[in-house]
Design a protein around this ligand. Sequence first.
Ligand code: FES
Ligand SMILES: [Fe+2]
Length: 337
Amino acid sequence: MNLPRNCTFTEADWHALAACWHPVAFADEVTDKPVARQLLDEQLVVFRTSKGVCVAKDLCLHRGAPLSLGWVQEDELVCAYHGFRYATDGRCTKVPALPGVPIPVKLCLTTFPAVECFGLIWTCLTGEAKHPLPDWPETEDTTYRRLHLPSMEWAASAARAIENFLDVGHFAWIHTGTFGNRELPEVPKYEVVRTPSGLHMEYPYLAANPEHSPLAEKAAIQRWMVYDLTFPFACRLGINYDGGRRYVICEVCAPMSAKKVRIHFTVAMNFDHDKTADEILAWERKVVSEDRPIVEAQRPEELPLDLTEEFHLRCDRMSTAYRQGLVELGLGKPFTA
Ligand code: FES
Ligand SMILES: [Fe+2]
C-alpha cells in the first residue's frame, strides 16, 4: 500500500505500525452515521450495517469526496456528492446518473479489516496484522461494569502517551489532585517481564484517596497495580483492592499522525455497581487532565528509542523495556510516533 498523502512517519515506521491493530472508534460511537477517522495519516470512514462494522478509505473514487459526509442505506454506503453506492466489500453497486449501465469492476473502495472487540472497533492498514490483539477478558465479563470516556485527541505522539500510562514515577507529582501520594515519591524496585506480545509489571502503591474519589472510604488506599502492555500502544492496568475488588483501566492510543493521538480510555470494575457512571468517569477525567498538559508539552514529541538519549534510571525500567520493544517491532531511531 502507498503511504498516505502528507505522511508524517518515515516509510519504515509507517509500514511497521500499519501491520498492527489499532482502534479507530468506540463501538458505540459508530451507529447509523458514517464516522471520519484518521489513523497513521490515512483518512478512514467507519460505518455500520446490519452485517457489522466496516472500515474503508474515506475517499469516493468518483470525485474524491469524503464518504463520511454520506450515509448508510440498505447496508450500503452512499456518497453525498453524486449518490454512488458502495457495498461492504467496497464494490460500487450503483451509479444513479447511469441506471442499467455496467459498473467498472475497478470502481471499488480500499477496505480494511474491521474487528469489534473490548467495546472498540479495530483495524489494520496492511490488511493482515502481524501482531495479535490484546487479551482482556474483563471487558467482556458480565460481572464487570464497563464504562468509557469519550475518545480524546491529544497533541502528542501515541508512544509518549502510552509511556506516560506506564510510568509509575509521576504519581506523586502530577496526580496530587487525585490518587497521587505526595508523601511517597520513592519508586521501589520492580521487575518487568517480557510476554509474547508485550510487557508485564506489578507495582504496589499506597494511593491517596481524597473525598471526591468514588472509592471514598479512607484517606489512603492500598492498590496492587498490574500492568499488561500489548505492543505497540495498548495497555491494561488492573488495580486490585482488598476484598477482591478489581478496577481495570484499558488505555489504547491510536496514532493519528506522528504527533497526534486519539486515546481510548475504558474502565471495567467488578464492584460498586451502585455508583453512577458520571461519578466514576468524573474521577477518571480528572486523572487524565492531570497527565495531559505534561504529555502534550514533552519534547521531542517523538519517543527517543536510542537509549543514550534522555536519562533512564532504575525507576524507569518499564519505559526502557517499552522503548526496546518498539525497536524490536521494527520502529526506527528516531521514532516519530
Ligand atoms: S464524488 Fe462520490 S459520487 Fe461523486
Ligand atoms: Fe498519569
